[in-house]
Ligand binder design. Structure first.
Ligand code: HAM
Length: 409
């Protein structure tokens, strides 16, 4: 047997990858429109970055990291997420002020693979650094919402909560710990341990949903500044026409958040407990990484999950023109025609396998070509027969007009 892809990873090949390309393009153009420049950071980082940034007690750091030692003995980890990396890069470069950046790429978490949960998965995300205003939170939530909207995903709902500021949490943490301690015998082993180390993490525990459902909510314990910030975020979302629901138990699985946290859910995505994306404000993160205080807010969307929620493309051609070679003596001319079309901005291809005309038409159909252009005897008169694949409409046109004919289809 040949070697298979590792557990929890997938291959994405044509034609299924067309949906991925559509998503990545939509994200790229959206991020650019909203003023986010491209950020590229390493796929692996010092393990310490995630331990300090994401948090020792999180599921991600305590159980899911792909960590290894390199040949020089450095402790490294394949990135489970990119926010810590972007903030590290900002600090390392000695940046100040606002930096808005967008990224896309694979992330790695050692999870139990299931639908929508993989060990290597793909995220697109934005980070808005250096800006404390609630309008930045609103913009970031909007970017994710518009992406889902542009991709035709219906019934998207933003779940919204505020965790308050670290100083608000001192009192809240005591209340929460007392509440959980009274019910300690109902809690999972992990949650019992976290009671002392990081009780907020218990709220994120999938194993303790019943106990968590009645726990005190952060929203009832916001300080005046965090409360005003949250009110402004809500108002901003309403002004932008973004539907949201308050989700008082939403804490998210990473330790760096304060104030706003949010996730996107969609009716068309059946693994209902799983979010299509999420994010929040992480003003404490830069300091956790040893830097000065730098406010920030961001989001990451799960590409694997969004693709699963996207409506099927309506049989739309993925290729403009498929060139069919009817006269084997004119192979060089057929290659010239393909080159000419490509230069004119039309996606074009041909079969290099010396197959029959019938077989070439079959390939054209399989490749989703909108138009087939037949290079045959008419080439001698400077003409090519073009056929619209959808309705069979056929015409013989001058070679120079093939591109325009295809573009009109
Ligand atoms: P996260 O909630 O851990 O946040 O991941 C964001 C999204 O990535 C999830 O909503 C989900 O769609 C997708 N995702 C996560 N794990 C998997 C998996 N194992 N398989 C498939 N998809 C997955 C973050 O990563 C934060 N860095 C987001 C953020 C950016 N916060 C501020 N800025």
């Amino acid at each position: 047997m040949t070697t298979r892809a590792p557990k929890g990873t997938i291959d994405v090949l044509p034609p299924e990858s067309a949906a991925w390309r559509r998503l990545l393009r939509a994200f790229d153009s959206l991020a650019e429109r909203y003023g986010y420049g491209l950020a590229l950071t390493p796929l692996f980082e010092a393990t310490e970055l995630f331990a300090r940034g994401v948090g020792e007690e999180t599921e991600i750091v305590s159980k899911q990291m792909y960590s290894f030692t390199d040949k020089a003995g450095r402790a490294l980890t394949l990135r489970p997420e990119a926010t810590a990396s972007v903030v590290r890069a900002y600090l390392q470069e000695g940046r100040t002020g606002v930096l808005k950046c967008a990224y896309s790429g694979p992330m790695f978490r050692y999870e139990q693979p299931q639908a929508g949960r993989r060990r290597q998965f793909y995220q697109v995300g934005v980070e808005y650094l250096g800006e404390p205003s609630p309008d930045a939170d609103v913009e970031v939530v909007e970017v994710g919402y518009r992406l889902l909207e542009e991709l035709g995903i219906r019934g998207v709902m933003v779940l919204l909560n505020s965790l308050g500021d670290p100083e608000d949490r001192v009192e809240y943490r005591q209340l929460l710990r007392a509440y959980l301690a009274e019910r300690a015998d109902l809690l999972s082993e992990d949650s019992r341990r976290r009671l002392d180390t990081n009780p907020l993490r218990v709220l994120d525990s999938k194993a303790d949903v019943a106990v968590v459902a009645e726990a005190p909510a952060t929203l009832d314990h916001l300080g005046p500044e965090a409360a005003a910030h949250f009110a402004a975020v809500r108002l901003g979302l309403e002004r932008r026409g973004i539907p949201y629901e308050i989700a008082p138990r939403l804490v998210r699985g990473l330790d760096y958040y304060n104030r706003t946290v949010f996730e996107y859910q969609a009716r068309s995505y059946t693994a209902a407990q799983d979010a299509l994306g999420g994010g929040g404000r992480y003003d404490p993160l830069a300091e956790l990484l040893g830097g000065p205080p730098i406010p920030g807010v961001g989001l990451a969307m799960g590409v694997d999950r969004i693709v699963a929620a996207m409506p099927e493309e309506g049989g739309e051609g993925s290729l403009g023109v498929f060139v069919v070679l009817a006269d084997p003596g004119r192979r060089a001319e057929a290659l010239d025609l393909v080159a000419m079309l490509r230069a004119a901005g039309v996606s074009a291809d041909l079969d290099l396998g010396e197959r029959s005309v019938k077989a070439q038409f079959k390939v054209a159909g399989r490749r989703g070509a909108a138009v087939a252009a037949v290079v045959g005897a008419e080439w001698a008169e400077g003409r090519v027969t073009v056929r619209a694949m959808a309705d069979g409409e056929e015409e013989t046109v001058p070679i120079a007009e093939v591109a325009a004919w295809a573009q009109a289809r």
